[in-house]
Design a protein. Structure first.
Length: 387
């Protein structure tokens, strides 16, 4: 991360560092750090700065989803209260100057959906009402000028599914199909929004996460249902190449669901989550050949967080430190540079089940739920800037 020095009461970024070797001053070009016995190059060029909250969204956005297209970061859908059925389809757009506008609403209200982008479209798929029996197949697509269209629906109802993109395809996989079952179905949309059905996931699961690295889209973690409640927890990672051929990658180091993922130059990172009564801060890293390593863990174990990438760094923000909603949530932020060196921060007000995406030089974390006596969805948006 960046280095700063206080000069006359003003913090200034250090643009260069020098060392004297045998009477000759030489500029320091690289720094190295030892992680788990392996020396890695430290990133001294990236500067990720927290700039605070920006214009809030026009409605509360608990259990929302986000992605970016063109010059806009989009936050869509969510809950307005903890009560089942209190969902909406509002969509808010932030441009590269962080000016907020309103995009056309979804074709149906929903929360616990998934979002990704491909070609000239941002896609929001699946979701539910919060009632155990109401899970949807709806997909809404937004062009780079925020015109909304409705492609062919998913082949199976799915909420708490995952989405990512690889090559010319946006992929939606897994999710809760009804009160008692989860699905393994994967739906692929090409750059013309034509839908196809690749090989299903190797396990049916919900509360999984997805990201892409190199020529692979990865779906990791998740859980099954028994009698309407979380049952088995999985470490499975399915990888789809640019031709939508499925492979099984090395499993996560710990079985868990409700984790989050994002990617930087050479790594796809899977962090956090929980199983049964344990919350984790574990971070697994997959390189472009799908070789897995374990990075430095989060500063605090937590679940229901969100992640995005900015300036070659991965940012994991928010989450809850416990599986019990009565425990406090944190706006903890763990930032990993290209060498997987971690820097951590904690801010005053946090939440879980938020969404994250990046646009221009900004990473945005929006919506989510506060917890006190009851769940209180938020319209707050936190912003990070890359210099």
């Amino acid at each position: 991360m960046a280095h700063n020095v206080n000069i006359g009461g003003t913090w200034r970024e250090v643009e260069a560092m020098w060392v004297n070797i045998n009477g000759v001053w030489r500029e320091i070009e690289k720094l190295w750090t030892n992680i788990g016995g392996t020396w890695r190059e430290a990133n001294i060029e990236k500067v990720i700065e927290y700039i605070g909250t920006i214009t809030p969204m026009g409605s509360n956005m608990g259990s929302t989803s986000a992605t970016s297209i063109g010059n806009y970061a989009l936050f869509g859908g969510g809950s307005t209260s903890d009560a089942p059925g209190y969902t909406h389809g509002n969509v808010y757009a932030y441009n590269t100057s962080l000016v907020m506008s309103t995009a056309p609403a979804f074709s149906r209200t929903r929360r616990n959906l998934a979002a990704t982008s491909v070609g000239d479209y941002a896609l929001f798929g699946g979701g539910g009402s919060g009632h155990a029996d109401e899970h949807y197949v709806t997909v809404d697509a937004y062009s780079s000028n925020l015109t909304r269209s409705t492609p062919n629906a998913l082949t199976t109802n799915a909420s708490r599914l995952a989405a990512t993109s690889v090559g010319d395809y946006a992929l939606f996989g897994g999710g809760r199909a009804d009160r008692y079952s989860v699905t393994a179905n994967v739906n692929a949309y090409n750059t013309s929004l034509v839908r196809s059905s690749p090989t299903a996931l190797s396990l049916s699961r919900r509360n999984l996460t997805a990201t892409s690295i190199g020529n692979y889209a990865l779906f990791g973690g998740g859980s099954s249902l028994k009698d309407g409640f979380d049952s088995s927890y999985y470490d499975r990672v399915d990888a789809y190449n640019t031709n939508l051929v499925r492979h099984t990658a090395t499993a996560l180091s710990i079985s868990r669901h409700d984790l989050s993922s994002t990617s930087i130059d050479d790594y796809a990172l899977f962090g956090g989550g929980y199983n049964e009564s344990t919350t984790f801060g574990t971070v697994d890293a997959y390189n472009t050949s799908l070789v897995r390593s374990t990075s430095t863990a989060f500063s605090n174990a937590r679940r229901s967080l969100s992640a995005t990438s900015l300036g070659g760094c991965a940012i994991f923000g928010g989450g809850n430190i416990s599986i019990y909603i009565s425990n406090p949530e944190l706006f903890m932020v763990d930032i990993y540079d290209k060498s997987l060196v971690r820097t951590s921060y904690e801010y005053a007000t946090g939440r879980d089940d938020l969404a994250a995406t990046s646009i221009g030089n900004y990473a945005l974390f929006g919506g989510g739920n506060y917890y006190s006596a009851a769940t209180r969805p938020s319209n707050t948006v936190h912003a990070f800037h890359y210099n």
